[in-house]
Every structure is written in structure tokens, then in C-alpha cells.
Design a protein around this ligand. Structure first.
Ligand code: PLP
Length: 493
């Protein structure tokens, strides 16, 4: 980085690489062999003449984009801590929100903003990934507000998004944020397996038809290949049958498990992925790319058309940029002229994904395919090791699974859910290890009146995949859990 800054002025400030300029440069270098840092930076440097340098002393263009050492330290500290999701109030959110709101108050104060923008007066303040994301949030909020207040009977309010009992909380939120009705698809499943949710096409079709008969419009189904709670996989083949028949978009959430398809023995996880319309897997989990690297693929060539569809203009592409992708000297800020081809950011909203791309590139190349696969394999071996330890101790029971994924689910044998919660509290008392519980419905019935309480089973989950996990840590965790079991059972007697 120092070298880069020192030599910045030697590069032309603006690069104008023809399309595909990197084709011959970054050729087949991602192989089994890891790259040395010298080699790695050679690859990085190959990108430099093809880069427009926003911090070049001769850069006076679109807007100043700065990242001084203080910001780099911040980024490094942030990436070093690499905190995960903000969904659970008691894990990282409390501190993050506190810092975020504090920072936003500082900025508001710096800008002498009126009182109405301070959260203490009921306002909301947040730091989003990009301005684009804030526009999305504002647009969706505005759309929902007007619809809610003035047009409660419009078509949009008839659109439905579907999730299942094992969907991630973010699925629920994205369906709600898009102002779609949220419907839950309940499903039949084999009682004893935690990691398979075999949905049937006919039961899904029945749900779709019921909604259509009620004047609704089935729109999207988000399914899980590797749920957060239990790494359960749903039956994409069956779901896609129903979705195709009813023209419903099928998105697959394989945020944690999807990257394991890199291993031949787990490739089956993504076997039916071509039946989906789009799917997500995260680079920032077991692949180690750093937070904010969520990979998404969309199957349809026409996706940009869907995203820029505007009923007012007869459904034409309404790329908002004045400049086309090939003539980029004009400011792409206003929406005066339609562009022949929409920008990526016109349809994906994201801004600086290229920064993440560089980070991902350096990460992947410096490991090489072999080491990446070795790491994934290690997580499976370590999970198996924990399973073996658990299986040998009759005080515990393992949740029965069909697959050996890197998540181990267990509970104290012969104890109720409440008692297992007490046991988990004991395990977590001094924060020596960090595990959370989850639960699963063991049976689903169409009879809503039946008492489902008893069929909910709580378990503790040990998720292996952190780059620092070694065998000794697994043993340490197990020993701690054993000690807690001894203490808990001792107290019980
Ligand atoms: C982790 C996870 C998510 C959330 O991913 P983020 O990138 O942290 O938002 C969603 N779905 C599943 C199945 C996950 O495992």
C-alpha cells in the first residue's frame, strides 16, 4: 500500500482499458497452488495501469473519493474484527448500533443538523453500504408509505413472497421491505432428520392456488440450501416444479453451505441450482473473504430489464445514466438521456463492489484452490471430531442428520427444552465458548388446531468454519460442555 501511494503519481490518472483488457492479464492464475506475496502483488500491480486512480493528485473528476491512512486503519481494524450479522440484538448489534448512532450524532452535530434528524427525537439514522442502498431504502419506504396511506387496494399489495419455517430472518425482512405479503409454507418432513426439509410440489401448488383464488399474486419463493438454524436443505427440484408452473421467481439462499460445493463430495448441495432463478452464497463465511462479500447469481439475461422496468414508459429500459458504459466522460448523475445499455449499478444498486472484488481476488489467489478446499475439508473433519466426542458421552444426544455438514447439533439427553435452555445458560455463563441454541418442529400438520408445542425440539448448535478453528479448540469446547453437564446434572440431583 505504501508503495502504491508513493508511486501513485507515476500512473496515468485515468485508465481507459478496452473491454476485456484483463482477459490476457489475469489469465488462469487461480489454481491449486498458493501464490507468494511477491507474486500476488505482481498480479495486483497488473491491474494498476488499468485503474483510474481516484486519489491521484491530478484527479478532479466525478467526486473526490478518499481513503487516508486513518480510514485504512479503520478498515483494517474493522476487517480484523470482521463482525457478522446485525440481526440478533444481543450479539454484535448492541455495540454496533451504539457506535453507529454515536457517530451519526457526531456527524449531525458537525453539520449542525436540525433537531428533527436526531434519533433522540424519533428520527432514524444509519450508515448503509452505499448511497445507492439508502436510495433503495428511501424508495421502498416512500412506495410503501403512499400505498399504505392512499392506495391500500393496489396490485402491489396483492403480491406475495413465500418463506418456510427454516428461512433466515433476512428473508422475512427482504420480503417485507419489498412490500410483498409474507406467507409461510409449512411442510411435511421426516420426523427424525433435522437437516432435510422435503417440500412437496403439490402442497406448494395448493398454497399458490389458494392465494390466487383469493385475488393474490404469487411472486417470489425464497428457499434454503443450508438453513441458518440447522443447515437443512430444502427440495429445490420439487419447489421449482411448483414455481415454474405458477411463474413464481425462485431464489435459493445457500449463504453458508453453498461454498462447500467446491468439495466434490458436497457438490450435490447445488445439484439442482440451475432450476432456480437466482441464488446467493456468502464469501464472508467459510470462504474467508471478509465481511460484505455476498455472492449472488441471477440466471436471466433479461434481469436488467426487470430491474429498470417502468410502467410509465411502456416498460422500456430506463437506464438512469446519461453516459453509456463505453462513453464515460459525462457525469452519470442525471437521467436525461436513456442509455443503450444499463450500467451494472442501474440494476444492482451497489456501488463500490469493485473494492470487494479486489479484496476477494487477493484473498483467493493468496490461498489457491487447494488451500481453500483444504480449509473447507478441515471444517468437516473438525465437526466430525466433535460429533465423535459427543457420541461417546451418553449424557448427550446428537440430532439425527442425513448429511455430515460442518454444523453439529446436540442436546442433553432426556431433558426438556426448558432444561436444555438452562443448560445452555450454564455453558454460556462465563462466555468461555460461544454457541447458540436453535429449535426445530419435528412434525408439521395441516391441522392448525393441533397442539404443536410438544413437537418443537430445542438444541445447541456448534458451527465449525472459523479459520482459526483447530482440533484443540474443538476439544476445549467439548471439555467445557462436559464440565457444564457435570455441574448441571450434579445440581439436579
Ligand atoms: C448467514 C446466512 C444468512 C445471512 O447472511 P448475511 O450475509 O450475514 O446477511 C442468510 N441465510 C443463511 C442461510 C445464512 O446462513
Amino acid at each position: 500500500m505504501t508503495h502504491y501511494y508513493e508511486n501513485l503519481e507515476k500512473f496515468p490518472v485515468k485508465a481507459d482499458p478496452p473491454k476485456g483488457a484483463l482477459k490476457g492479464v489475469l489469465k488462469d492464475i487461480f489454481t491449486a497452488k498458493p501464490r507468494s506475496s511477491t507474486e500476488l502483488f505482481k498480479e495486483f500491480e497488473k491491474c494498476l495501469p488499468l485503474t483510474t486512480h481516484w486519489q491521484h493528485p491530478l484527479y478532479f473528476s466525478f467526486f473526490p473519493g478518499n481513503s487516508p491512512p486513518s480510514a485504512i486503519y479503520g478498515d483494517m481494524a474493522n476487517t480484523a474484527m470482521n463482525e457478522g450479522f446485525n440481526l440478533t440484538p444481543d450479539v454484535t448489534e448492541k455495540r454496533n448500533v451504539e457506535v453507529e448512532l454515536k457517530v451519526m450524532d457526531w456527524v449531525a452535530d458537525l453539520l449542525d443538523l436540525p433537531e428533527c434528524y436526531f434519533p433522540k427525537n424519533g428520527a432514524h439514522a444509519l450508515i448503509a453500504n452505499t448511497a445507492g442502498h439508502t436510495f433503495l431504502l428511501a424508495s421502498l419506504a416512500a412506495k410503501n408509505k403512499i400505498q399504505m396511506e392512499h392506495y391500500p387496494n393496489s396490485i402491489v399489495n396483492k403480491q406475495v413472497g413465500y418463506m418456510t419455517p427454516i428461512s433466515n430472518l433476512a428473508v422475512e425482512r427482504s420480503i417485507k421491505f419489498s412490500n410483498l405479503k409474507l406467507h409461510h409454507i409449512e411442510c411435511e418432513r421426516e420426523d427424525h432428520l433435522v437437516d432435510e426439509f422435503p417440500l412437496k410440489a403439490e402442497s406448494i401448488e395448493r398454497e399458490f392456488q389458494k392465494d390466487i383464488d383469493n385475488g393474490l399474486v404469487p411472486t417470489i419463493f425464497i428457499t434454503s440450501l443450508g438453513s441458518t438454524a440447522s443447515l437443512s436443505i430444502e427440495n429445490v427440484k420439487e419447489i421449482s416444479k411448483a414455481c415454474q408452473k405458477y411463474g413464481v421467481w425462485l431464489h435459493v439462499d445457500s449463504a453458508q453451505l453453498g461454498v462447500y460445493a467446491a468439495l466434490p463430495e458436497l457438490r450435490f448441495v447445488l445439484d439442482d441450482i440451475e432450476l432456480a432463478d437466482s441464488f446467493t452464497t456468502n464469501g464472508h463465511k467459510s470462504l474467508g473473504c471478509g465481511m460484505g462479500t455476498s455472492f449472488m447469481w441471477i440466471k436471466h439475461q433479461d434481469y436488467p430489464k426487470y430491474m429498470s422496468y417502468n410502467s410509465e414508459s411502456g416498460g422500456n429500459i430506463t437506464a438512469s445514466s446519461a453516459a453509456s458504459a463505453t462513453n464515460s466522460d459525462e457525469l452519470p448523475i442525471s437521467s436525461t438521456q436513456p442509455s443503450p445499455e444499463p450500467y451494472r449499478s442501474d440494476v444492482f444498486i451497489t456501488g463500490p463492489s469493485k473494492n470487494r472484488a479486489i479484496r476477494t481476488m487477493i484473498h483467493l489467489l493468496s490461498l489457491g484452490k487447494k488451500e481453500i478446499k483444504d480449509h473447507l475439508t478441515t471444517t468437516l473433519v473438525l465437526a466430525d471430531y466433535f460429533r465423535e466426542l459427543m457420541a461417546a458421552d451418553e449424557r448427550f444426544e446428537l440430532m439425527e442428520t442425513k448429511n455430515k455438514f460442518p454444523l453439529v447439533m446436540f442436546r442433553l439427553k432426556g431433558f426438556t427444552n426448558d432444561e436444555n435452555h438452562d443448560f445452555l445458560n450454564l455453558v454460556m455463563k462465563d462466555n468461555k465458548i460461544f454457541v447458540v441454541s436453535s429449535s426445530i418442529q419435528t412434525t408439521y400438520s395441516d391441522d392448525k388446531e393441533s397442539d404443536d408445542q410438544d413437537s418443537e425440539v430445542m438444541f445447541i448448535r456448534l458451527n465449525v468454519g472459523t479459520l482459526t478453528h483447530e482440533k484443540k479448540h474443538i476439544l476445549q469446547a467439548f471439555t467445557h460442555i462436559q464440565d457444564c453437564a457435570a455441574e448441571y446434572l450434579g445440581d439436579k440431583q
